[in-house]
Ligand binder design. Structure first.
Ligand SMILES: [Zn+2]
Length: 138
C-alpha cells in the first residue's frame, strides 16, 4: 500500500486523530526515515522507506526506557534528504542520551522523595489522630 502525502495526512486525521505528526527525512541511504522524536529528542530511524513517501505513516517511537513517550507518532515525509549522515545523528544522540539519562534519574529520585514525603505525611496524620483520640479519651 503506497499513499501520497495528502492521503497520509488524511489517514492520520481519520484513523489516528491523536497521533502526533512528525516530519520524516529520507536517510542518506535513501532507504530509511529519520525523525527527530518529539518525546525524547533523539533521532529515530524507521525502515522501509525505500525512497517511497507512501511507506511512511504510523510508527512506534523507540525512545529509551523511562523517556516520556506518550503515544505513537505519524511520519509525514518532508520530501528532503536528511542533511546529516546517520553517524552524525548518532553522535548528536549520544550527547543527548547522556542528558536524557540524567533527567530520567533526577525525575526518578524526585518521585522517590515525593513518595517518601507522602508516606511520612500519612504516618504523621495517623499518629496525630491517635494522639487526639488519646487526649480526648483521657
Ligand atoms: Zn523518542
Amino acid at each position: 500500500m503506497s499513499m501520497t502525502i495528502a492521503q497520509l495526512e488524511q489517514d492520520r486525521i481519520t484513523n489516528h486523530p491523536n497521533a502526533v505528526r512528525v516530519l520524516a527525512y529520507l536517510a542518506p541511504n535513501r532507504m530509511d526515515w529519520i525523525v527527530s522524536c518529539p518525546f525524547c529528542g533523539l533521532h529515530h530511524q524507521h525502515g522501509a522507506a525505500d525512497g517511497d513517501p507512501g511507506s511512511a505513516g504510523l510508527r512506534s517511537p523507540h525512545c529509551p526506557p523511562g523517556a516520556l513517550r506518550t503515544q505513537d507518532y505519524y511520519l509525514i515525509p518532508d520530501g528532503s534528504i536528511a542533511a546529516a549522515t546517520l553517524d552524525k545523528f548518532r553522535k548528536m544522540d549520544r550527547r543527548r542520551l547522556r542528558t536524557l539519562n540524567r533527567e530520567i534519574e533526577q525525575r526518578r529520585s524526585t518521585e522517590a522523595i515525593q513518595r517518601r514525603l507522602r508516606r511520612e505525611q500519612a504516618f504523621a496524620e495517623a499518629a496525630s489522630v491517635v494522639a487526639r483520640e488519646r487526649i480526648s479519651g483521657a
